[in-house]
Design a protein around this ligand. Structure first.
Ligand code: DX5
Ligand code: ZN
Length: 220
């Protein structure tokens, strides 16, 4: 199993964002997770395509854009132009989920669908084969530094089964409350890609934290 660690810039120092993304890239990150919040779909407001474009030249890593916005479609082309590699959205935020997935792919990006803790996986019934990524939220979206919700573990296992049944290399990412001391449990449930905001950016030594996470995953 190839595991990927995706530091979320939500917990980075926004006044030094270029430096922060370079630091996590040098520390061994696999992706940069970019949380976009609109104070409408979620009760918080973060950054948009301008900031995405501004950090793009600082790292080679794929930018993993997590859209917590409603509506979704207009921002897809903006983020594609700003250098996003993956664009994920919440099905509740799009009137036409299949169309939004197609739009992301037409723009040359990988497409992901995001599930809140209470969102049923039935949204995968007619979409999974078209997706590159399934993102399960293990907190309610809107804020960094929240507690991991353990009832998401069986849901991760369920999503893993669905992905294996399709037989395509669809990534299974989990977002919220992931730290070195629970990452192995999340991996055992079936996840392969781990978002970590406060656990990485809140630590003194990013490389040591990422190394600790990888050692808990049994890969160093
Ligand atoms: C929450 C965001 C997460 C968040 C994770 O809405 O989607 O990406 O930054 O932060 P931690 O790892 O601190 O829970
Ligand atoms: Zn996120």
């Amino acid at each position: 199993m190839a595991y990927r660690i995706a530091p979320s810039i939500l917990s980075a120092d926004f006044a030094r964002l270029g430096e922060e993304v370079r630091a996590v890239a040098a520390a061994g990150a696999d992706l940069i997770h970019f949380d976009v919040m609109d104070n409408h779909y979620v009760p918080n407001l973060t950054v948009g395509p301008l900031v995405c474009a501004a950090i793009r030249p600082h790292v080679q890593l794929p930018l993993d854009v997590h859209l917590m916005v409603k509506p979704v479609d207009r921002l897809v082309s903006e983020f594609a132009k700003a250098g996003a590699g993956i664009i994920s959205f919440h099905p509740e935020a799009s009137e036409h989920v299949d169309r939004t997935i197609a739009l992301i792919k037409e723009h040359g990006c990988k497409a992901g669908l995001v599930f809140n803790p209470a969102t049923p996986l039935s949204f995968l019934d007619h979409t999974l084969e078209k997706l590159d990524l399934v993102l399960l939220m293990s907190v309610n979206p809107g804020f960094g530094g929240q507690q991991f919700i353990p009832s998401v573990l069986p849901k991760i296992a369920d999503a893993r089964k669905r992905i294996d049944a399709v037989g395509k290399p669809i990534w299974l990412e989990v977002d919220g409350g992931i730290k070195a001391d629970n990452i192995a449990q999340v991996a055992r449930a079936g996840a392969d890609t781990f978002v970590a905001g406060s656990a990485i950016f809140g630590s003194k030594d990013y490389a040591a934290t990422i190394r600790d996470m990888r050692s808990r995953l049994g890969v160093l």
